[in-house]
Design a protein around this ligand. Structure first.
Ligand SMILES: NC(=O)c1ccc[n+]([C@@H]2O[C@H](COP(=O)([O-])OP(=O)(O)OC[C@H]3O[C@@H](n4cnc5c(N)ncnc54)[C@H](O)[C@@H]3O)[C@@H](O)[C@H]2O)c1
Length: 242
């Protein structure tokens, strides 16, 4: 087996305080990496949507570790609503601006803000890895997720664009498109909906946070040194049935 090459690498995981992000931070730590978590719900509170917050956080990582090897842009939120909801032939609601903007701000602008702040250091080092959290819904859309699905498709465009721009500096950029993973983000859904989701995947189950964490670790590792500009589906085959 090829060693991961992640020992002593400096890895930033955004949204690393919960769910997939926490599992990812733990898996990188298992590989011997020095892991830094940026999250609004941990101390110090770091908000991926704030340029000031992220610039200060980059300066802190560099003061402490002197380099940045991997950025996992995992932080994300959902605020679901139909574009236009109709009941008994009447329009009852629409997705409001605040709901749209909140999701675009974290899931799309946050990825931009963090990557823009980290890449100059990776260029100086002539190497690094950027990994972005897309989703199966970024590939196929989803009922009630105008805002979320658009951001997850946008993240794929980021990945492809940055792969073109940054490859010459030895910086690899890839995305992971999880299917439905049992985290707080989706556990809030009714059990019946979760069962239906599980049944739709050819493997017949939801994923675990570790399934995605393992994909990030592998994509960041030396074993994936020729993988660049791609989207890895980790979804129990759900993508086939969509
Ligand atoms: N769970 C799934 O089924 C699933 C499927 C596809 C994609 N994803 C994506 O994977 C990522 C992680 O999802 P999850 O299910 O673990 O979510 P989660 O809600 O369990 O955790 C998200 C974390 O992001 C943090 N966060 C939110 N806004 C932030 C901000 N502005 N700045 C910094 N941190 C912030 C939260 O505090 C939280 O710790 C998200 O990008 C999500 O869209 C999840």
């Amino acid at each position: 087996m090829i060693p991961s090459g992640l020992r002593d690498k400096v890895v930033i995981v955004t949204g690393g305080a919960a769910g997939i992000g926490r599992a990812t931070a733990e898996r990188f730590a298992d590989e011997g990496a020095k892991v830094v978590v940026w999250d609004v719900s941990s101390e110090p509170r770091i908000d991926v949507t704030s340029r000031e917050s992220i610039d200060a956080a980059v300066a802190e990582v560099l003061a402490q570790h002197g380099r940045i090897d991997v950025l996992v842009n995992n932080a994300g939120i959902v605020r679901d609503a139909q574009l236009v909801k109709v009941k008994d032939g009447e329009i009852v609601s629409t997705m409001d601006d605040a709901t749209f903007d909140a999701v675009v701000n974290v899931n799309l602008k946050g990825v931009f803000v963090c990557t823009r702040a980290v890449v100059p250091q990776m260029i100086k080092q002539r190497g690094g890895v950027v990994l972005n959290a897309s989703s199966i819904v970024g590939l196929y859309g989803n009922f009630g997720q105008t805002n979320y699905a658009a951001t997850k498709a946008g993240v794929i465009s980021f990945t492809q664009t940055w792969a073109r721009e940054l490859g010459k500096f030895g910086i690899r950029v890839n995305a992971v498109a999880p299917g439905f993973i049992a985290t707080d983000m989706i556990k809030a859904m009714p059990q019946k909906v979760l069962d239906t989701m599980a049944q739709k995947a050819p493997l017949g189950m939801l994923g675990e946070p570790d399934d995605i964490a393992n994909a990030y670790v592998w994509l960041a590792s030396d074993a994936a040194k020729f993988i660049h500009g791609t989207v890895l589906s980790v979804d129990g085959g759900l993508v086939l049935g969509t």
